[in-house]
Design a protein around this ligand. Structure first.
Ligand SMILES: *Cc1c(COP(=O)(O)O)cnc(C)c1O
Length: 369
């Protein structure tokens, strides 16, 4: 029976299905740095940098979603950095998307290139044809943040494998409910769980998932040695968000598609990027590998002033960076130096009723044209 249950049902009952009489139904927050440890230093827990039961429960829950072993981190960047630390050695080459999350390139340039690692970049749309010869690690981010370019994960995975490289997929914009890179041949998934996974814009967190036992041990060791440990309170917030992930994502995906369609036919909008749109250049490949297209829509307005006016005036948009939270939000990405037009807005759908959101967006766009 449990084999036929959806991942989200198994996640919801993972802990409650094992409770002894009298145990709390809600996940306890184990706020402790140390554990009772008489005699020999062994047993299940001894010091919280090595393991904490609240964190381990969340890791098991995300493990159900990923069908893999999971290590949770205090941010998405801490998760990504741990993979670089565990895998890259002087003389290695790493290939990352030129149009993906900018701090990944900044981290490599600041800390890994000076240690003798070669950094190569390639646009997401060209990843499936990239030259991977001599690479130790290839990273993809699909759909990419913020441009929403998509690459064919299975094709990239096959090419990485034949080049002898590991493939790491940043699955933040899709989440494991919409896309499973490990099923398509990726060796490692990394995510910023700060976004849709935790889902309430109140905690930073991230994870690494892999089905390779050696990589899993290497990442765990890295976390123990570097000390990038999530606290039990933050782990609890992530757990609490995960319990409603499917519901929130269904609404966010529906909102993003409805808003993208409305924007597409609006005269004030120069272009719309959303892999769920039938005429998006990445729609076909997205259809093959995604079950939903995520909360982010990219739209280009006439110029910086129109973009700022749209974000400020739309009554259901908070002006903020990040995405995947319950409130719809938006920002102009050129302000961070992303290689996008000045009028490019990254719109992140929240969970407002769809009709309200479409009306608010359309009416605000009407005032621009
Ligand atoms: C936000 C984000 C990150 C970084 O995650 P943090 O939790 O902010 O450290 C990495 N990759 C992508 C695609 C992101 O959107």
């Amino acid at each position: 029976m449990t084999d036929t249950l959806s991942r989200i049902s198994r996640l919801l009952h993972h802990r409650t299905g094992r409770l002894a009489k009298g145990e709390p139904v809600s996940l306890p927050i184990m706020a402790t740095s140390t554990f009772h440890l008489p005699g020999a230093p062994d047993g299940s827990h001894f010091y919280a940098r090595n393991g904490n039961p609240t964190v381990e429960t969340v890791e098991a829950e995300i493990g159900i979603l990923e069908d893999a072993q999971v290590v949770v981190f205090p941010s998405g960047m801490a998760a990504i950095a741990s993979v670089f630390q565990a895998v890259l050695r002087p003389g290695d080459t790493v290939l990352v998307p030129s149009d993906g999350y900018y701090n990944v390139r900044n981290l490599l340039a600041a800390q890994f290139v000076p240690m003798g690692i070669t950094l190569r970049t390639c646009p997401t749309a060209e990843m499936a044809a990239a030259d991977m010869a001599g690479c130790r690690l290839v990273q993809i981010e699909t759909p990419s943040n913020p441009g929403l370019a998509v690459c064919d994960i299975a094709t990239v995975a096959a090419r990485a494998r034949s080049a002898g490289a590991l493939l790491m997929a940043d699955n933040t914009t899709a989440t494991p409910l919409c896309q499973q890179p490990l099923d398509l041949g990726a060796d490692i998934v990394v995510m910023s769980d700060t976004k849709a996974m935790a889902g309430h814009s109140d905690v930073l967190c991230g994870h690494v998932a892999t089905r390779d036992a050696d990589l899993f041990e290497a990442i765990k060791t890295c976390r123990r040695l570097s000390g990038a440990i999530i606290g039990p309170f933050d782990a609890y917030l992530l757990h609490r968000g995960l319990e409603t992930l499917e519901l929130r994502l269904d609404r966010m995906n529906a909102n993003a598609l409805a808003v993208a369609r409305a924007m597409q036919s609006h005269p004030a909008v120069l272009s719309v990027h959303y892999p769920g749109l039938g005429n998006d250049p990445f729609h076909q490949v997205a259809m093959r590998q995604m079950k939903g297209f995520g909360p982010i829509v990219g739209l280009t307005l006439a110029d910086e002033a129109s973009a700022e006016q749209f974000i400020d005036d739309c009554p259901l948009l908070s002006s903020a960076t990040s995405f995947g939270g319950v409130h719809s939000s938006a920002e102009r990405r050129a302000r961070w130096g992303d290689d996008v037009p000045d009028g490019f807005v990254r719109f992140a759908a929240g969970i407002e009723p769809t009709a309200d959101l479409v009306a608010a967006v359309t009416q605000t766009l009407d005032t621009l044209s």
